[in-house]
Design a protein around this ligand. Structure first.
Ligand SMILES: C[S@@+](CC[C@H](N)C(=O)[O-])C[C@H]1O[C@@H](n2cnc3c(N)ncnc32)[C@H](O)[C@@H]1O
Length: 347
């Protein structure tokens, strides 16, 4: 994700899609067994980025727990992300944002862990409630080059597609096994993540086409080399319902977890709704380009000869954003945003 608060400012698409999973989280917070006194109630937020989109879910969870355990019970909220995440902005957001769940609550304690969630990162049996939003579609790494696209869902290369599908399965297993260790008995984990429809549609088609043709344009302008574009791969994977459920098909439990609920749903396309209200094509293009920049341009920049430290990285991000914005503004249309919401329970 882009740091320095950029993701916080440009992640409204993600925030707009939380209605279904928020209701799952509120229900989980209202029913999950609580640890005995005086142990704190621990909430883990897996893949928090710089925190803005965690505020509403953490506020909902904390206020639901407060109704059950009173104002004085210690609640510990642990935000986790990769070591390179902008944790400074995360803590600033928790301190300053008027919507912070910490405002007016003296017994809520925030902390952070900078380690990959594909391993165990919190003590065994310590987490009462887990939350992960728009994060587990990120694989642990890109398992192969994608010769013809930045997103494997739109690639026609069978080897790349197979390698990504294989790793998506392994990573999903690793994520579940790790959370299975961390959750307390009876603990709940609510996940919302990018997904794929049963007929294999990953969505986001127009935005990804604009990204791909933007990369071609920057190559023809001489800013990028063809070999650099071939290195660019977004290691995200939209799983189908069958792929989410797969670990729970042979046996009811996987890593001590059972799948209580899964709902495949479509995210709200707030950028298209805005366009329908104001007819502003430039704003439409700029909004999707800004979303793309904050979410994936830093990953694309890794394909530059010197990675993110390449002197062309800032101009690459600015140019790609401008080119995408112009292209998307020429033909505004709705975007299909397939998502999955899941509730897992530790036996
Ligand atoms: C799209 S952001 C989502 C942020 C926020 N939860 C939201 O709903 O907007 C995805 C976050 O997941 C994090 N992430 C990706 N892979 C991860 C991993 N293996 N371990 C921990 N965090 C990871 C990224 O660094 C990024 O901050």
């Amino acid at each position: 994700m882009e740091g320095a608060g950029a993701y916080n400012r440009r992640s409204g698409v993600q925030a707009a899609s939380l209605r279904v999973p928020l209701s799952m989280l509120e229900h989980a917070a209202a029913t999950v067994p609580l640890p005995g006194q005086p142990a704190p109630v621990v909430i883990a937020d897996y893949g928090a980025s710089s925190g803005h989109n965690s505020l509403a879910p953490m506020k909902a969870a904390v206020s639901s727990l407060r109704q059950r355990c009173g104002a004085d019970r210690a609640i510990s909220v642990v935000h986790t992300d990769l070591p390179g995440n902008d944790f400074a902005v995360l803590f600033q957001t928790l301190a300053d944002d008027p919507e912070s769940y910490m405002k007016g609550d003296e017994a809520v304690f925030a902390s952070a862990v900078g380690r990959s969630f594909y391993g165990q990162i919190l003590p065994s049996c310590s987490v009462t409630l887990g939350w992960s939003s728009w994060a587990v579609q990120w694989l642990s790494h890109a398992p192969a080059q994608i010769p013809d696209h930045v997103q494997v869902a739109y690639s026609n290369d069978p080897a790349a597609r197979a390698a990504f599908a294989r790793l998506a399965k392994e990573d999903w297993h690793a994520f579940l096994l790790s959370r299975g260790k961390e959750l307390c008995p009876g603990g709940r984990l609510v996940i919302v993540t990018m997904a794929c429809s049963d007929d294999g549609d990953f969505g986001h088609r127009g935005v990804l086409e604009a990204m791909q043709s933007g990369l071609r344009q920057l190559t023809s302008e001489g800013l990028l080399r063809p070999a650099e574009v071939r290195q660019m791969a977004i290691p995200t994977f939209g799983r189908t319902q069958r792929e989410f459920v797969e670990p729970f098909t042979a046996q009811e439990r996987f890593g001590g977890l059972s799948l209580e609920r899964i709902e495949m749903f479509e995210g709200d396309d707030r950028i298209w709704s805005q366009f329908e209200r104001d007819g502003d094509a430039s704003l439409f293009g700029a909004s999707w380009a800004a979303f793309s920049r904050a979410s994936v341009f830093p990953t694309l920049a890794l394909g530059l000869a010197d990675g993110r430290n390449d002197p062309r990285a800032p101009v690459f991000m600015d140019r790609l954003e401008a080119v995408m914005a112009a292209q998307l503004a020429r033909k505004p249309g709705p975007t299909f945003i397939p998502l999955a919401g899941l509730v897992l329970v530790k036996a």
